[in-house]
Design a protein around this ligand. Structure first.
Ligand SMILES: [Zn+2]
Length: 301
C-alpha cells in the first residue's frame, strides 16, 4: 500500500470491484513456510484510480526501488511525522489551563487523536533514550536525534518489538502503538519536540514531501526491461475474478492455471485477488473516529 501511497488514496479512492494483484517471493524451508519477501510486482486497477503497475528492481537489492514498466521510478513519500494522519486535539501551549487538574500547566507538545493500536513512527533517525513508563505520560518513548533534538511519544498502548533504551531507529520506523496510558482521557498520542532543553511546537517540524518520478539509470535499463517482461507475464497469469472473487484465505494458484514456464528459480509467485479488505477496515475505523467527539477538552498529562 505504501508503494502506491503518492498515487492512490486507499481510504478514499478504492471501490468494490477494483483489481489488486501482487507477486511476492515466499521463502520455504522444505515444506515449511518461512516468510514473504518484499513484493516484486504490484498492480492496481480501479474505477477512480486508473491502472498502475509497479516493478521492484533490482529484485533482491536492499535499496531496490519500484518502477513503472516504462522505467520511471515511482514517487516516494518522505515523511517526518509520528502518525500517518495528523489531527490535533490539543495544541502546544505553554500557558494552558489543564483540563483535568484545573491549574495552569503548560502543554509542552501536541495531542494527536488516533484509535488505539495505530502505529507510531519515529520522527527522524536517532537513538531510543527511554522506552518505559513515565507517570502522566504513561508508556513513553524518547528518541534523541542529532542537533540536540529529542522527540517524545506519550500514552502508548505498547512499544513496538525491539524498542528499548540504546536502540538505533530510522525515520519512519514503527516504535509503538497509540494508547491511553498514564493521565489521559482518550486514546491519543502526545508528541513533544525539545531542542537544547527548550520545548517547541512540534507542528512546526512536521513535513511530508514527495519525491519526483525519475527514469531508471542507464546501466540498469537492460536488466530492468527483461525483468518487466517476466513480471508482466506473471501479473497477466493471475486470473482476476471473472470467475468471481476468491474466498477469504483461498489462494489464486488453487484456482487457476499454472504460471508461465519461464518462472524464476528461487521464486514461488503467490497471487491474490482481493477486494481491498484492508481498505474496508480503514473505512470502518474512520467511521468509529467520527462518532467520537475529538474536539472535546478531554486531554491529558
Ligand atoms: Zn499532551
Amino acid at each position: 500500500m505504501e508503494i502506491f501511497g503518492p498515487y492512490i488514496d486507499f481510504a478514499a479512492d478504492t471501490r468494490d470491484g477494483d483489481i489488486f494483484k501482487v507477486i511476492v517471493a515466499a521463502e520455504w524451508l522444505g515444506e515449511r513456510f518461512i516468510s514473504y519477501d518484499a513484493p516484486q510486482a504490484i498492480y492496481y486497477k480501479g474505477a477512480r484510480t486508473g491502472e498502475i503497475t509497479a516493478i521492484r528492481f533490482p529484485p533482491d537489492a536492499e535499496n531496490a526501488k519500484y518502477y513503472k514498466p516504462d522505467g520511471m521510478a515511482l514517487k516516494e513519500i518522505i515523511s517526518d511525522v509520528p502518525l500517518k494522519t495528523i489531527r490535533v486535539t490539543s495544541p502546544f501551549n505553554l500557558g494552558r489551563l489543564h483540563p483535568i487538574l484545573k491549574v495552569r500547566k503548560p502543554h509542552n507538545g501536541v495531542d494527536l487523536a488516533a484509535p488505539i493500536g495505530t502505529p507510531v513512527y519515529a520522527f527522524a533517525d536517532g537513538v531510543v533514550r527511554v522506552a518505559g513508563e513515565r507517570g502522566a505520560m504513561g508508556n513513553m518513548v524518547q528518541i534523541d536525534h542529532s542537533g540536540q533534538v529529542s522527540t517524545y511519544y506519550g500514552h502508548l498502548h505498547r512499544f513496538a518489538s525491539g524498542i528499548k533504551g540504546g536502540v538505533r531507529v530510522r525515520r519512519g520506523q514503527v516504535i509503538g502503538y497509540v494508547g491511553s496510558t498514564g493521565r489521559s482521557t482518550g486514546p491519543h498520542l502526545h508528541f513533544g519536540y525539545r531542542k537544547k532543553n527548550a520545548w517547541f511546537d512540534p507542528m512546526k517540524f512536521l513535513s511530508i514531501k514527495t519525491t519526483n518520478e525519475k527514469m531508471i539509470v542507464t546501466s540498469l535499463k537492460e536488466g530492468f526491461f527483461r525483468r518487466v517482461k517476466t513480471m508482466l507475464a506473471f501479473l497477466d497469469a493471475i486470473d482476476t475474478g471473472e470467475k468471481g472473487p476468491l474466498a477469504p484465505g483461498q489462494r489464486q494458484d488453487e484456482v487457476t492455471a499454472p504460471l508461465p514456464a519461464e518462472k524464476e528459480k528461487e521464486e514461488t509467485p503467490e497471487a491474490g485477488e482481493e477486494k481491498t479488505e484492508a481498505t474496508k477496515g480503514d473505512k470502518e475505523g474512520e467511521k468509529t473516529e467520527k462518532r467520537t467527539n475529538w474536539n472535546s477538552e478531554w486531554q491529558d498529562d
